[in-house]
Design a protein around this ligand. Structure first.
Ligand code: ZN
Length: 297
């Protein structure tokens, strides 16, 4: 569980891959998990309509300071953020945190601090959904949100999709996959025993090289990696069978179709080898498939 999950569960908040948001003691708030000196910590965010006045920030500080919490006021004083440190979210700690958040909610009301009552993106009336935006809970129109996402995605594509960048990432990936294929070549030709799981090295080396190229992960890279690995491994196996065929003075086609005296059904063995390669390549990609960073406002 990440830190924000505890608070989300306690207050029945909506959970988003990047955090959680909803109402805590009838005040809209968001909570995210962020790195700190002592591992991860939960960070609370409260978004307000107007910049806070000195009296209002003093009122909030008066609630948080006795608890040793140092708040920050970002976005021109409209965003209150503070870390909420706890070891385990169980009673007495959960009770202490609930007491703090309740006191804060009461202070926000008492100080007349207003939250947005309309879409925070276009600032027009009404809203459809409360969303987590940049770590803060914000009311939004669905249409405004979709438009923003399209813009963010377009910018993201432009930044990451340049042909040179793409070419660099995938050529490094191909070099890695080639290296992995080379290992399998030596194992297949000179190895005493067959070690099929070595085929997993083909995509793994491809992945390592792709990472080393520092090109951002793209959505389609697991598919390209799988395709590339299967292609390289199957190509190498076919090449090796071609060498065997040559040593018997046969064409590859005849070698696979007719086999040799000891091994009449060469085709099944060839297909089996290719199948192992395919299975281990796909398995390796599936295991290492990390969440691909997606555009986020
Ligand atoms: Zn809007």
């Amino acid at each position: 569980m990440r830190k924000h999950d505890h608070i989300a569960k306690f207050y029945n908040l909506y959970v988003d891959p990047h955090g959680a948001f909803g109402e805590i003691h009838e005040v809209e708030a968001a909570v995210t998990t962020e790195p700190s000196e002592h591992g991860e910590t939960a960070v609370m965010s409260y978004l307000f309509r107007d910049p806070l006045t000195p009296e209002q920030t003093a009122g909030i500080d008066a609630v948080l300071s006795p608890e040793g919490i140092v708040p920050t006021y970002a976005r021109e004083g409209t965003l209150l953020r503070f870390p909420l440190a706890y070891a385990t979210f169980k009673a007495p700690e959960a009770e202490r945190i609930d007491r703090i958040l309740q006191a804060l909610a009461e202070a926000i009301r008492a100080l007349g601090i207003r939250q947005w009552d309309r879409c925070g993106l276009c600032e027009q009336e009404g809203f459809d959904t409360l969303r987590l935006m940049n770590g803060a809970a914000m009311k939004t129109h669905d249409a405004c949100y979709d438009r923003l996402m399209a813009e963010v995605e377009a910018a993201w594509r432009k930044q990451n999709g340049g042909f040179r960048t793409l070419f660099k990432g995938y050529s490094w990936m191909a070099a890695g996959a080639f290296l992995g294929t080379l290992v399998n070549y030596f194992a297949l030709v000179y190895g005493e025993v067959q070690i099929s799981f070595l085929y997993a090295l083909v995509p793994l080396f491809g992945l390592l090289m792709y990472r080393a190229s520092k090109v951002p992960h793209r959505r389609e890279y697991p598919f390209i990696l799988t395709a590339l690995s299967v292609l390289f491994a199957a190509g190498m196996i076919t090449y090796v069978y071609g060498l065997y065929a040559q040593s018997w003075g046969m064409t590859l086609l005849a070698f696979l179709r007719d086999g040799i005296p000891d091994v009449p059904d060469m085709f099944s063995i060839y297909v089996g080898e290719v199948l192992y390669a395919v299975i281990f390549c796909i398995a390796a990609v599936a295991v290492t498939w990390r969440r691909i960073p997606r555009p986020h406002p």
